[in-house]
Design a protein around this ligand. Structure first.
Ligand SMILES: N[C@@H](CCC(=O)N[C@@H](CS)C(=O)NCC(=O)O)C(=O)O
Length: 232
C-alpha cells in the first residue's frame, strides 16, 4: 500500500471529512497539520505541495492530489475500502456522485460562505461584517438545508441510499460548520436530525475526535459570536 501523507487542518470541513474517512475506513496516513490561522498555506514550502494554497492535500508515494472529492474517489478506487463508501455498481456509484456534484454549489457554497462571512472574516481577520451578504447567505443556506431534509433524505437512511457513503461524511462536515456561527441546522428538520444521529453513531469515535477542535473553537469564540449575532 502506498505511503499516504495527509496535509490538513481540522477547522476545515473537507479536511475533517477526509480525516474521519481515513480513520473509519482504516486507511493509514502520516499527519501533517497545516496551521491556516498562522498562514502556513501561503508559505513557499506549502505552495510547492499545493499551488492552490488550500487544504486538504495528499501525497500518495509521490502522487500529489488536492480537492477532497477527487481524493475520496481516488482512495476508494486505489485502496481496499468497504464497497458501501463508493459502490462499484454503476447505478449506486452514480447516486453517490449525484450528491458529490450537487453539494459543491449548494451545501458547500452556502454553508462555508456563511461561516466565512459571519465568523471567520469579522472575528479572525477583523473585516467589517457585511450584514446584507450574511442575511442573503443564511436564506440560501436554509433553502439548501430544506432540500436535504425533504429531497435527499426522503425515505432514505442516508443521502444516497440505505448505506452510508462518502457523501454522508462530506455533507455532515459542511452542515456542522454553521454551528460555529450560532446557527442550528437541525431545528425543525427531523430527517436531518435523525440522519445526523445515525451518521455520527456510525462514524464514532472518529467523528468526535475530528470535531473536538471545532467544538473548542465554538466555545472559545462564543462570546464574540454572541455579540455579532445580536447585530444581525
Ligand atoms: N474544494 C476544496 C476546498 C478547499 C478549501 O477551500 N480549503 C480551505 C479550508 S476549508 C482552505 O484551505 N483555506 C485556506 C485559505 O483560503 O487561505 C476541497 O474540497 O478540498
Amino acid at each position: 500500500m502506498a505511503k499516504l501523507t495527509f496535509y490538513y487542518n481540522l477547522l476545515s470541513q473537507p479536511s475533517r471529512a477526509l480525516y474521519i474517512f481515513f480513520k473509519k475506513a482504516e486507511v493509514p496516513f502520516e499527519k501533517k497539520v497545516v496551521d491556516l490561522m498562522k498562514g502556513e498555506q501561503f508559505t513557499a514550502e506549502f505552495e510547492a505541495i499545493n499551488p492552490f494554497k488550500k487544504v486538504p492535500v495528499i501525497n500518495a508515494n509521490g502522487f500529489v492530489l488536492s480537492e477532497s472529492i477527487a481524493i475520496l474517489r481516488y482512495i476508494c478506487r486505489t485502496y481496499k475500502v468497504a464497497d458501501h463508501w463508493y459502490p462499484k455498481d454503476s447505478v449506486k456509484q452514480a447516486q453517490v456522485d449525484e450528491y458529490l456534484e450537487w453539494q459543491h454549489t449548494n451545501t458547500r457554497a452556502n454553508c462555508a460562505l456563511y461561516c466565512l462571512h459571519k465568523v471567520f472574516w469579522p472575528v479572525l481577520y477583523g473585516k467589517p461584517l457585511n450584514e446584507r451578504r450574511v442575511a442573503e447567505l443564511e436564506k440560501n443556506m436554509i433553502t439548501i438545508l430544506d432540500l436535504i431534509e425533504n429531497v435527499w433524505l426522503k425515505n432514505k437512511m442516508f443521502l444516497c441510499g440505505n448505506e452510508i457513503s462518502i457523501s454522508d461524511i462530506i455533507a455532515i462536515c459542511e452542515i456542522e460548520q454553521p454551528r460555529m456561527a450560532g446557527f442550528n441546522p437541525y431545528a425543525n428538520r427531523p430527517n436531518l436530525t435523525s440522519w445526523k444521529m445515525r451518521t455520527v453513531k456510525y462514524l464514532s469515535p472518529y467523528y468526535e475526535e475530528a470535531n473536538e477542535i471545532l467544538e473548542m473553537y465554538v466555545a472559545k469564540h462564543n462570546k464574540t459570536i454572541g455579540k455579532l449575532n445580536s447585530h444581525i
